[in-house]
Each structure stands twice: as C-alpha cells, then as structure tokens.
Design a protein around this ligand. Structure first.
Ligand code: MN
Ligand code: MN
Length: 285
C-alpha cells in the first residue's frame, strides 16, 4: 500500500526548514500498545485540513516542510534510541527543526539531546498527564515512564511540565526536593493557560524543545492513548502553549497516541497540533 506523506510536506530535504519523521516504536508501553501506528495515522489524517491555517493566518503550502518518512527501529528500546540519534543529530546540525511523530515517549531523548548539543542554553517544556520522573520502570532505564527524569538529570535543568495529574508518591517527592517546575492540570484550570504561558516565558528565555505527550489532553478529546488519564487539558489550551513558545522552539515531538482505541479522532487532533506548530513557528520566523 502506498504510504502518504504528511500533507503539504512538499519540500526536498535540502531546502526544508521543518523535517517530519515518524518513529514506529512502542515496546516499553505498559498499558495499551499501538503508538507505533500513530505516525502513519497522523499523516493520513493530515489531509483533512485546509492548506490555509486561519488561526495563524499562514498557508502551509508556502512553508518548506519535508517528510523523511519513518526511521528504522530495532526490537528493543536501547538499540532504537541509538539508531535514531544519528538522524536526530543530522537534522539539527543541518539547521532543520525536527518534528518527531511517535511512537512512545522514550523516543524524545535522542532529539532533545541533539538539540542540546547545538543549543547550550536549551530549555525543555513537556505537556504530559504523567510525571515520567521514575529513574527506571520495569527494569528499563529508557522506559517511556522515565523520560522527564532523564531529561532533567542528563540534559537540562531548564525544565517545565504542564498538565501533570499522575505520578507515584516518590515522583512527587523528587519534584519537590529538586524544586522542579510543574504546572498540574489543576493549576492550568485554576490559573488559566494565559497565566501559565506567561510564567513559562519568564522562566525560559532561550531556545526550547517542546514535547507533547498526547495524554496531557483530556481523554474526552483524545481517547486513543497508551495511558489515558481523566481531568486533562483542552486542545485549545495546548494550542495556546504551542503559540506562545513557537518563536523559540528548535525541536518538537508529539507522542503516545495509540490509534486503535478510537475511530481516528485522536490521530486527527495530533495532526492538527503538528500543523498548528508548523504554522505558528513559520509565522514567527
Ligand atoms: Mn503520559
Ligand atoms: Mn509521557
């Protein structure tokens, strides 16, 4: 079967500013698997939308976007991260803004590391229902349940998370002890997203890597997830975060959609958020 590329990704690699790549890997997912199918589902659903993005007032067909297809993966997480890290590094060294479509959340690491190698003052903003602050999970250090811990410990202390509403008591204690900035989904609800984005802008002034774990969004809007968690953010709040940070974003990913668990709506929303990111970023450049 012919595999569609992401809609409006009409540029060749050399001339592209944005490089989309899929990583069809979900082996450390613990509850529902299937996020390996999300990159292609998002590509298929990306054709639903007009080329003209009215909210950001920009035409996606006028933006230089390349779809590099799906990257090769191995059958275990450590080898997969090793394989994709050379691609991530190449995109960033070549001056591209990588857009990684997961797959599971552990896949973020090679991309954020590649950005850190180029941008020494890199900040990291993650939208997630979950802390992901375990040191290891089910014996695996590179589990999707540990990504935030390893980014904070090994990549950058300029770390902010938004939408959090799940973690172990140990994870909550670790966050308190290390004075890590977490905006829970209750904070978003009570403060309003504008106050949250305002505070983030004050805390992080340099280049930003933005990672969206789709389960930050309420399962009412996005039910097809590896680990759904009620009381989440709205899609509009996520778009507000994207719009606020877009001028500073040097790397972006969207992970953890498990398409088999709905009739396509979650992958559709994922595709829309990717398109909104590209529109917002290109508008700001
Ligand atoms: Mn999550
Ligand atoms: Mn996560």
């Amino acid at each position: 079967m012919h595999k569609a590329i992401f809609a409006d990704a009409n540029s060749d690699y050399d001339n592209a500013k944005y490089v989309i790549c899929g990583v069809p890997f979900d082996n450390t997912s613990c509850f529902r698997r299937g996020s390996k199918d999300a990159p292609q589902e998002m590509r298929n659903n990306s054709y639903n939308f007009e080329k003209y993005n009215s909210f950001f007032d920009i035409d996606l067909q006028d933006i230089s976007i390349h779809d590099a297809g799906d990257l090769d993966v191995a059958d275990n997480v450590d080898d997969t991260l090793e394989i994709i890290s050379s691609r991530a590094r190449k995109y960033v060294i070549d001056g591209k803004i990588p857009i990684m479509l997961g797959g599971e959340h552990s896949l973020t690491m090679p991309f954020v590391k590649a950005c850190k190698e180029r941008y020494d003052d890199l900040g990291f903003v993650v939208l997630d229902a979950h802390m992901d602050m375990r040191d290891e999970y089910e014996g695996k250090k590179n589990s999707h349940a540990c990504i935030s811990r390893h980014v904070f410990e090994d990549v950058t202390k300029d770390y902010v998370s938004i939408g959090i509403r799940s973690g172990t008591r140990d994870e909550y204690e670790y966050v308190r002890e290390n004075d890590i900035k977490v905006f829970s989904s209750e904070d978003v609800f009570s403060m309003g997203i504008e106050a949250v984005t305002h505070e983030i802008r004050e805390r992080i002034s340099g280049p930003v890597y933005l990672s969206i774990d789709m389960d930050a969004i309420d399962p009412a809007y996005a039910p097809a997830l590896g680990t759904p968690e009620p009381y989440g953010m709205t899609p509009r709040e996520v778009r507000d975060v994207i719009a606020c940070l877009a001028p500073k974003i040097v790397g972006f990913d969207l992970v953890e959609i498990a398409p088999a668990y709905d009739s396509g709506g979650t992958a559709l929303l994922g595709a829309k958020l990717v398109r909104d990111f590209i529109a917002a970023s290109a508008k700001a450049l």
